[in-house]
Design a protein. Structure first.
Lengths: 256, 330
C-alpha cells in the first residue's frame, strides 16, 4: 500500500503564544514547534499499515524552512521519504488554499491512501483532509480510530459523538482523517534517527505547484478572548491556596 | 433568495433523542436568525433526509420557512449524498450565508461542500459581529480570531455547541411554508457505505449523574501520578474523570472521558486538575454549576470559565487540597 501522510508543524502545546504587532498572527520568534498530535496518530496508522501489508509511507508537509525538523522526526519514526512544500505564506492562505498545495503535491504520487490528522492544534479548522479528498475526487471518512484493509478497499472505525462509533466501508484510493488515541504512538529509535538523515526529502515550492492562493476567507484580527466568568484566583503558597479553596468549597459551594 | 439558509441536523445517537432535531441545530437556527436580523434578510431552514415530513412540520411550526431536502438515498448520512444534495440546494437558492451546527457530521462533509462551491467553511464559530465578522477560537482556545469572507458566493459557517442561545425559537401562531426539494442523486455517486452507530465499551462510570467530579488532564504527566488525583476525589466523595489525552494514553478507561467525544456533565462541582481547557473538553463540562481549575499556566483557557482558580504546581497543590478537605470535613 502506498500511503501519503499530510502532517503539520504547530507551536508546542505549552508554548506561550503572544499576538504579533500586526494583530493578524502570533509572534513566531522564540516559539518551539512540534508535530500536530492527530497527525502523529495518522503517521502511526500509516506505519502500522505498512508493517502489515508492505508498501511505502511518504510524508508531506507545507511550511517554511523550520518544517524540515518535523519532517525529519517523521522520517526517523519510519516514513520512507518526504515532500516539503516550501511556503512562507501559509498564514495568508485559507483552508482551501492550503489543501490545494497538498493536493497538487500528492496527486502525482497516485497513493492508495492519504491520511492526515483530523484537526490542527493551532488553527483548529479541522477541514484540510476533507478538502484534499474533494480536490483529488476521492472518497473520504473522518475521525477514524482504526483502519482495516479488505479485498475491495477499507473498513474503518469512525468516532461519533458521546461515546458512539460506526464502521464505514469505502474503496481505495481514499482519504482518511485520523482521530487521536486509536494507536499507541512510537518513539524514534537511535537507528531511525540515523537513517532519517539519508532519506529523501524532496522540496517543491508553492510557486512550482502553481495553485490559486487567493483566499476566500480572511483572518482579520487576533484577540485575547473575553472572560466568560469572573474567576476568583486563590493566591499564596500551595498550602494557603488549598486551604482557601477548601474554605470556599465548604461555605460557598457547600459541597463539603 | 439572498437570505440565510440554516441546515438542521438530526440527533443520530443518544437513545431517546435519536431521530429528533438536535439541540445544536436549534442553536444554529438562532445564529441564523441573528444574521438575518442584522442584514434584514429572510431565513429558511433545510432538513436533509429520506422521510422528513414531520421534522419539517416541527420547524415550520416555529414560523420558519422550511425546505425538505428529501431523497431515498439520503436516508442514511453519507458525505457524498449530503454534499451533492446541499450543493444543488445552495445553487438553486443562492443564499447569502449558510449556517450549520458544528457537529462531527458537518465536519465530515461541509468543508468538501464549500470547496465544491469554491468557498471555505468558517468552522466552529462562537460569535457573530456586524460585517458580518465571525469569531472562532485559535490555539486551543487561548486566542480568538475574527474571520470574514471576501468571496462573492455564499458564505458557509458552522457554529459551536452552546455559543448561541436556542430559546428564541418559540412557536408561531401560523406555521410557515414547507417546500420540498428533490436533489438528483444516483446510487453510484455514493462511494462510502456507513454502518449503524454502536456504543463503545459499556459505560461503567456514569459521570452524567455525578454531583461532584474531579477531572484530570495532561498536567498529571504520567499514569503513575493518577493516584494523587484519585485521593482528592476520594476525600471529596467525587467521581474521577479525565480529558481525552489521559484516556488516549490508556491511563484511565474511555468511560472516564469528558468532552465532545466523551460524556457531557453538569455537576455541582467540577474540579479540573492539570487540564488546559481545549474547546473539545470545555463543551463537555461548561454547564457545571461551579468550576475550579488548578493549573500551572495562568493563561490556560480553563481559567476563562472557572469560578475559582489556583495557579500552581498540581503536585504540590493537590495533596495540600486533599489534606485541607479532609480537615474541613471533620
Amino acid at each position: 500500500m502506498k500511503i501519503v501522510v499530510a502532517i503539520k508543524q504547530v507551536p508546542e502545546r505549552d508554548a506561550q503564544v503572544r499576538i504579533n504587532p500586526s494583530g493578524k498572527w502570533i509572534e513566531e520568534s522564540g516559539l518551539q514547534y512540534a508535530l500536530n498530535e492527530s497527525d502523529a496518530y495518522a503517521l502511526e496508522e500509516a506505519l502500522q499499515l505498512k508493517e502489515k501489508h508492505g508498501g511505502e509511507v511518504i510524508v508531506v508537509s507545507a511550511g517554511p524552512e523550520r518544517v524540515g525538523q518535523t519532517i525529519r522526526e517523521a522520517l526517523a519514526k519510519g516514513a520512507d521519504r518526504a515532500i516539503h512544500i516550501d511556503c512562507d505564506d501559509l498564514g495568508n492562505r485559507d483552508a482551501l488554499g492550503v489543501a490545494r498545495l497538498l493536493a497538487a503535491a500528492v496527486k502525482p504520487e497516485n497513493p492508495d491512501l492519504v491520511l492526515t490528522g483530523l484537526q490542527s492544534e493551532d488553527l483548529g479548522l479541522g477541514q484540510t483532509g476533507v478538502i484534499v479528498a474533494e480536490l483529488l475526487n476521492l472518497p473520504h471518512a473522518t475521525l477514524i480510530l482504526h483502519v482495516e484493509k479488505t479485498e475491495t478497499g477499507l473498513t474503518v472505525k469512525r468516532e461519533l459523538e458521546e461515546g458512539w462509533f460506526q464502521t464505514i466501508d469505502l474503496p481505495t484510493p481514499a482519504v482518511l482523517t485520523i482521530q487521536s488515541g486509536g494507536n499507541k504512538l512510537r518513539y524514534a529509535t537511535l537507528m531511525g534517527i540515523k537513517r532519517a538523515k539519508t532519506k529523501e526529502v524532496r522540496r517543491v515550492t508553492a510557486a512550482e505547484l502553481a495553485v490559486d492562493a487567493t483566499p476566500v476567507v480572511i483572518l482579520d484580527q487576533i484577540l485575547l478572548p473575553h472572560k466568560q466568568k469572573s474567576t476568583q484566583m486563590l493566591p499564596g503558597s500551595p498550602k494557603e491556596a488549598a486551604a482557601a479553596l477548601a474554605e470556599k468549597l465548604k461555605f460557598e459551594v457547600r459541597v463539603l | 433568495m439572498s437570505g440565510i439558509l440554516v441546515v438542521l441536523e438530526l440527533q443520530t445517537t443518544s437513545g431517546q433523542r435519536a431521530g429528533r432535531i438536535s439541540r445544536i441545530s436549534w442553536e444554529a437556527l438562532a445564529a441564523g436568525q441573528k444574521l438575518a436580523a442584522a442584514q434584514s434578510l429572510n431565513i429558511t431552514a433545510a432538513i436533509v433526509g429520506a422521510d422528513t415530513e414531520s421534522l419539517a412540520a416541527e420547524i415550520a411550526a416555529k414560523g420558519i420557512a422550511t425546505i425538505r431536502v428529501d431523497h431515498p438515498l439520503l436516508a442514511q448520512y453519507t458525505p457524498d449524498g449530503f454534499t451533492l444534495a446541499l450543493q444543488q440546494l445552495i445553487q438553486s437558492e443562492s443564499p447569502t450565508q449558510v449556517v450549520f451546527p458544528h457537529t462531527y457530521q458537518v465536519r465530515d462533509y461541509a468543508p468538501a461542500l464549500a470547496a465544491r462551491l469554491n468557498q471555505v467553511l468558517i468552522s466552529d464559530v462562537v460569535d457573530i459581529a456586524p460585517g458580518p465578522v465571525f469569531t472562532r477560537q485559535l490555539m486551543q482556545g487561548r486566542l480568538n480570531g475574527n474571520y470574514r469572507s471576501t468571496g462573492t458566493g455564499p458564505c458557509l459557517i458552522s457554529v459551536q455547541a452552546g455559543a448561541f442561545r436556542a430559546e428564541s425559537t418559540e412557536s408561531a401562531t401560523t406555521p410557515a411554508e414547507i417546500k420540498t426539494f428533490t436533489p438528483t442523486i444516483e446510487a453510484a455517486q455514493i462511494r462510502t457505505i456507513p454502518g449503524e452507530p454502536f456504543r463503545g465499551s459499556s459505560q461503567s462510570v456514569d459521570l452524567g449523574s455525578a454531583q461532584l467530579i474531579v477531572s484530570v488532564g495532561r498536567g498529571i504527566k504520567e499514569a503513575e501520578n493518577i493516584p494523587i488525583v484519585q485521593e482528592l476525589a476520594n476525600a471529596l466523595g467525587a467521581e474521577l474523570a479525565a480529558s481525552r489525552p489521559i484516556c488516549d494514553n490508556g491511563w484511565l478507561s474511555m468511560d472516564h472521558q469528558v468532552g465532545s467525544s466523551g460524556q457531557t456533565v453538569s455537576p455541582k462541582l467540577y474540579l479540573a486538575v492539570g487540564i488546559s481547557g481545549a474547546i473539545q473538553h470545555l463543551v463537555g463540562m461548561k454547564g457545571s454549576q461551579c468550576i475550579v481549575a488548578i493549573n500551572k499556566d495562568p493563561d490556560a483557557p480553563i481559567f476563562e470559565i472557572a469560578d475559582y482558580g489556583i495557579v500552581g504546581d498540581l503536585f504540590e497543590v493537590v495533596p495540600a487540597l486533599t489534606a485541607a478537605i479532609k480537615a474541613a470535613k471533620q
